[in-house]
Design a protein around this ligand. Structure first.
Ligand SMILES: Cc1cc2nc3c(=O)[nH]c(=O)nc-3n(C[C@H](O)[C@H](O)[C@H](O)COP(=O)(O)OP(=O)(O)OC[C@H]3O[C@@H](n4cnc5c(N)ncnc54)[C@H](O)[C@@H]3O)c2cc1C
Length: 494
């Protein structure tokens, strides 16, 4: 099986090389930059027609393949594949404004850093991801949590059009208009990940943005109580989270440094206005400066300074696991998550070299989910009344060596299930799983609107991919729960 997949992949790579020279790279090439998995070749199409021609060849040869934009998803194999073709979208870096500057067309192969800097020259912004080194493609296919969430909702709520290459190589352009013949696909693409086609362009609503207050602040261990008190106050009704201009991304970390475990607390926050001392963030800005280890918040002429200050945090040198877990904003829930994850890791992962454990508390606020609802919502199906004042949390270990991968994964899986059990006892657990922060084995699609959207997603997938080529040959981080047809059975039938 493995051998025959390799043979098919090699044949596909040779066919791609013959048809599209200078767009195919092999492991001995100096342009080879593949960190995970071992594809037979990397196909880097220059244009949408090239990608279309390449997809037809990959299909003809029955090869496995993967699609990569920014390459930041932490699920192993989400964007690369052993014995297959890895398609890199790095040449898709379109940046174009429409006539009245209300819509930006953005290629998936770029990072948010480039998009924000370009739009800032026009006094504009889009509601993309918070971390500047993360890719456009993955964020806009999975949801997108950004600095402007309170005013705009999810990133996908601002999408109004796409260009997509389908499983048979055909190219379609579509919009969110209900009259569009592909409006079903437009719904599925707002959170449905890579199950429907390869996106070569996103059209996203813009808005004006200039000055903002904020930055990254890291606090020492002594700040634990004021930090969580500030978080409680922020999330409470009438607190800072009710102000749509505010956004925070708080986290705690535990790291083994020089023979001892060190706790830190950090927050990336932003207030989208020229306000030097925004009331919405005062609980955080009032934490005593003696408790700040490093970093600071200030009023910036351009809001883009805030994401840019995080560029160093997106290092890919360490091995990383994200495990998504959603729970109520309640101090008891925060304590349960923190205790089980950190105490367990101290006991069980002491041997893991370079271990650092982060818990990210990403707020699902009332303005955020209301803004999404006002735009018609999306397939994630979150309801402002039920799901706001929650954290879309991440259990987020990083470590140095591949030999520890299993130990870290198994520990995190066990910790997450213990956390869920304890949270459920107190009615503090929320089954929602944010796909972009989920780990292998989690089932985000099952959790969207309690699984109510799964059948429609599968039906749409079947309509746009009747042969099941994308379903069965493209690497997915998470499947849609469809019946998996063994890859070998397709030989010669595609
Ligand atoms: C340091 C860090 C910070 C993060 N910060 C945020 C944040 O602020 N907000 C947020 O919402 N998320 C955030 N995330 C999560 C992020 O949204 C996901 O990791 C996302 O998948 C990254 O996109 P990418 O293009 O880099 O990913 P990739 O790994 O390239 O792709 C992810 C998945 O999408 C598919 N895909 C990518 N491009 C295409 C395409 N053009 N067509 C079809 N399928 C495609 C791939 O096949 C893959 O399965 C962060 C992640 C990290 C590691």
């Amino acid at each position: 099986m493995l051998h025959s997949q390799r043979v098919k992949a090699l044949a596909a790579c040779q066919a791609l090389l013959a048809a599209l020279p200078n767009q195919v790279f092999f492991p001995d090439s100096h342009d080879w930059h593949v960190a995970s998995a071992a594809p037979q070749c990397v196909f880097e199409p220059k244009t949408t027609p090239d990608l279309s021609a390449g997809i037809k060849l990959i299909k003809e040869h029955g090869s496995l393949f993967a699609v990569r934009s920014g390459g930041h998803m932490t699920v192993p194999g989400a964007q690369s594949v052993d014995n297959g073709v890895m398609i890199s979208m790095s040449n898709f870096h379109e940046k174009l404004l429409n006539e009245d500057n209300s819509v930006a067309s953005i290629g998936p192969g770029q990072l948010w850093l480039g998009v924000y800097s370009w739009l800032a020259q026009h006094g504009l912004a889009v509601n993309g991801g918070r971390y500047p080194m993360v890719g456009v493609g993955g964020v806009l296919l999975g949801g997108g949590m950004g600095y402007f969430a309170g005013q705009r909702g999810w990133s996908v709520d601002d999408l109004v059009g796409w260009e997509v290459v389908l499983a048979d190589g055909s190219i379609i352009n579509m919009t969110t208009s209900p009259e569009d013949p592909h409006s079903d696909l437009a719904w599925a693409l707002r959170g449905g990940h890579n199950h429907f086609g390869i996106v070569t362009r996103f059209d996203m609503r813009t808005f004006t943005a200039s000055s903002a207050f904020g930055g990254l602040v890291v606090y020492g261990a002594a700040a634990k109580e004021p930090f969580f008190a500030a978080l409680d106050a922020y999330m409470a009704p009438g607190g800072g989270s009710d102000d749509p201009k505010s956004a925070i991304n708080p986290a705690s970390t535990l790291q083994f440094v020089d023979g001892e475990w060190v706790h830190r607390y950090l927050n990336v926050y932003m207030y989208a206005d020229a306000d030097e001392n925004p009331r919405a963030l005062e609980n955080f800005t009032n934490i005593l400066t003696e408790q700040v280890a490093f970093g600071s918040a200030a009023l910036h002429d351009s809001w883009v300074d805030i994401p840019n200050s995080l560029a160093a945090m997106a290092s890919r040198e360490d091995r990383t696991l994200f495990w998504a877990i959603t729970f109520k904003s309640d101090r008891r829930a925060v304590d349960i998550v923190t205790h089980i994850f950190y105490a367990g890791a101290r006991n069980e992962l002491g041997h893991v070299e370079g271990l650092a454990l982060t818990i990210s508390f990403q707020p699902l606020t009332m303005p955020y989910l209301m803004a999404s609802k006002m735009k018609g919502g999306n397939l994630m199906g979150l309801d402002p009344d039920e799901d706001s004042r929650h954290f879309a949390g991440i259990l987020f270990p990083t470590w140095k060596l591949a030999r520890d991968d299993n130990a870290v994964y198994e520990f995190t899986l066990k910790a997450a299930s213990e956390i869920e059990e304890e949270l459920r006892k107190l009615d503090l657990f929320n089954p929602y799983v944010y796909i972009n922060d989920a780990a292998k084995g989690q089932r985000p699609f099952m959790m969207y609107a309690g699984g109510a959207h799964l059948a429609r997603l599968q039906e749409i997938q079947g309509r746009y991919d009747p042969d099941g080529f994308i379903r069965d040959y493209l690497q997915h981080a998470f499947d849609l729960g469809s019946i998996v047809v063994p890859v070998e059975s397709y030989h010669g039938e595609l």
